[in-house]
Design a protein around this ligand. Sequence first.
Ligand code: R5P
Length: 288
Amino acid sequence: MKKIYFALPGNEDLTEILIQKEKAEKGIVEIRSFPDGETYVRIVSDVKDKKVFLVCTLHLPDSKLLPLYFLAKTAKEFGAKSICLIAPYLAYMRQDKAFNTGESVTSTYFANFISGFVDTLITIDPHLHRRSSLSEIYSIPTTVSHAASHISAWIKYTIEKPILIGPDGESEQWVAEVAKNANAPYIILNKIRHGDRDVEVSIPNVDEYKEHIPILVDDIISTGRTMIETIKHLKNAGMKPPICIGVHAVFAKNAYQEIKKSGAKEIITCNTIPHESNKIDISDLLIL
Ligand code: R5P
C-alpha cells in the first residue's frame, strides 16, 4: 500500500528525513489560521487508498490538537486507508493520577481523544510513570521505540570516561540500559518534587567518580529544575561540569538558558522535538 507523509507545522525537517528513508510520497497540505483564530485545513495531495502518516510531535500540545484532528478527519473523508500518527514526543503523560479531589486525569482523556481519530500511533519513550504500557489508556495499536541505544552510541563515541547519572528512581530503568550499552558506570539520585518548579535532589557519595565526566540523562527536560538541582549538587560534590542529555527537549520558557547558566558543560537532546540542542537523530526509530 502506498505511503504518504504529512508534516504538521514545525515537523517539516523530521518528515523530510522519514520521506527520504521510506522513499514515500510527500503530502501537500495547507494549514493556516483564519483572522478570527479558527483553523483552515486543505489536503492538496490525493490520499485515496493510501496509508497516511501524520508527523506531529506534541510538545505545547493544546494548539496542535485541532489542526491534527481536522487533518486526520479530512484524510479519512477523502479515502485514506489508515491514519498513523507519528508523535515522537507524546504529551499529557504526566497527570496520570488525581492527587487532589476534583483533578482531571488528563492522560486518560487525552489518550481517548487521540484514539478516537487516528488508527495507530508511533512514539518514542513516552513518560510511563505509574502505567506499564500505553495500552492501559490508548485503545489503538501503539508502537513505542526507545532512544537508549542512540544515546549510548553518542556517549560511547563522544565522551571519554563518562559516569551516567539518573536524577531519580524512575530514570533507573533506562539510565541503566544506556550505561550498559555505553560501557559506563551509573548512579541514581533521589528526587522529591515539591511543586512544578520546586525540586529537591540528594546525591550519594561520588568520590570515586571525580575524574569522570558526569552525564545526566533524563527522558524529559521541561522546566529544567531537575537538571539544575542536580548540577548544583554535583558541583558541591567537586565533580566536573556535567553534560545534560534529554530525550525530549521540552524546555519550558527559558529552561535551556537557565540550565546552561547553572554550569552544564553541554546540553544534548534527541530530535523528537526540534531544538538547537538536537544532536542525536532518532528518525530511524519512527519507521516500522
Ligand atoms: C520526571 O518524572 C521526568 O522523568 C523528568 O525528570 C522531569 O519531567 C523533568 O522535569 P523538569 O525539567 O521540569 O524538572
